[in-house]
Design a binder for this molecule. Structure first.
Ligand SMILES: Nc1ncnc2c1ncn2[C@@H]1O[C@H](COP(=O)(O)OP(=O)(O)O)[C@@H](O)[C@H]1O
Ligand code: SF4
Ligand SMILES: [Mg+2]
Length: 333
């Protein structure tokens, strides 16, 4: 499970901010949200890679760059070793088919005027997945795969619950037989009990169909349950990547440590949810110099605001971007 199928190599993505009249009159330079700043990450064939981090840290932007819904401003995204920005024509269509994104809000992405049969038939015909005569059988197979009853085919999306709509979204993504699924906050909007069902379905499909899955979520418990490896993002950067058990048992980046410390307790009596770290998340318009975490880090020292730390090895298959050699998880757990 070591071959990289999809990679981000030094990927940067900025969103320019509209310039106000007063900015123009004062001659102030155009500003931008630095959503991603030099993200390097590999997705390996057959794995589920979890991506976690606080809201606004760039997870969705990275997911969209990986499926080429955004063009990158710097660096590159590769698929099977090829820079996806260079793909055109048939190659681009093949990439669009093999790397599928499933969204948080399937209601928004499922046409309310179409039945499930029409939605799936459309996906199957656009990519000419099966001969026309085979489409009804394939639709029945897809519904069975995501455990929806066969009579679901003739209903419209609004007739389904949130969890069922996610299953329709998954069936649509699977209809084109992808290699990679990028799931952005797939179950975040669902009730906890339904979340588990959809995540378990995804786990099962991943193993059965040998899919590669990028699972983006702010909920650490879901990510832990489903992922083989986890990448932690902070302010547009990947700050730590490790096999799941290692990341949760021996986190090395102070931000990962803070994130785990702040995760809601599994004890239902304790409803508190602490902030991931002291102080405010800095603005991605003007990220702090040096280590992006230096304004909130309990271990920060003089080198931190002066020098950007790069990802370096912390153990087998484990990297973190911190100037400290091996900060240990000191907070009370
Ligand atoms: N299309 C966009 N236009 C302008 N700013 C954006 C756009 N998409 C994301 N951003 C900004 O980029 C930053 C990262 O956002 P996002 O990738 O959605 O983070 P996350 O998914 O981790 O919450 C945020 O500051 C967000 O406001
Ligand atoms: S580089 Fe410095 S500020 Fe950044 S996480 Fe490490 S100790 Fe904290
Ligand atoms: Mg997001």
């Amino acid at each position: 499970m070591t071959e990289a199928i999809l990679t981000a190599e030094g990927v940067s993505k900025d969103f320019p901010l509209p310039r106000s009249l007063s900015d123009r009159l004062a001659g102030r330079p155009a500003r931008a949200v630095h959503a991603l700043s030099g993200v390097t990450l590999e997705v390996r064939r057959g794995e589920t890679l979890g991506i976690v981090g606080e809201s606004g840290c760039g997870k969705s932007t990275l997911a969209r760059c990986l499926v080429r819904l955004h063009e990158v401003d710097g660096g590159r995204v590769t698929y099977g070793g090829t820079d996806v920005a260079t793909l055109t024509g048939a190659e681009r269509r093949a990439f669009n088919r093999r790397v599928q994104m499933i969204f948080q809000d399937p209601y928004g992405s499922l046409n309310p005027r179409m039945t499930v049969r029409q939605i799936l038939a459309e996906a199957l015909s656009v990519h000419r997945m099966v001969p026309t005569a085979r489409i009804p059988d394939r639709i029945a197979e897809l519904l069975a795969l995501v455990r929806l009853p066969s009579d679901a085919a003739d209903r419209h999306p609004h007739a389904f619950s949130g969890g069922q709509r996610q299953r329709i979204g998954i069936a649509r993504a699977l209809s084109v037989e992808p290699e990679v699924l990028v799931a952005d906050e797939l179950v975040s909007a669902l009730d906890v009990s339904v979340q588990a069902q959809v995540v378990n379905l995804l786990l099962e499909l991943q193993e059965r169909l040998r899919l590669t899955v990028v699972f983006v979520a702010h909920d650490l418990r879901l990510v832990r349950h489903i992922s083989h490896r986890v990448a932690v993002m902070y302010l547009g950067k990947v700050v730590e990547v490790a096999p799941t058990a290692t990341l949760f048992d021996d986190p090395r980046h102070p931000y990962t440590q803070a994130l785990l410390h702040a995760a809601p307790s599994l004890d239902p009596g304790s409803r508190s949810r602490r902030a991931a770290a002291r102080g405010e998340l800095p603005s991605p318009i003007a990220p702090p110099p040096g280590c992006p975490f230096n304004t909130r880090c309990p271990h920060a020292f003089d080198r931190c605001p002066a020098e950007v730390p790069f990802l370096t090895s912390r153990g087998p298959d484990h990297v973190a971007a911190c100037h400290l050699a091996a900060p240990r998880f000191e907070s009370a757990r």
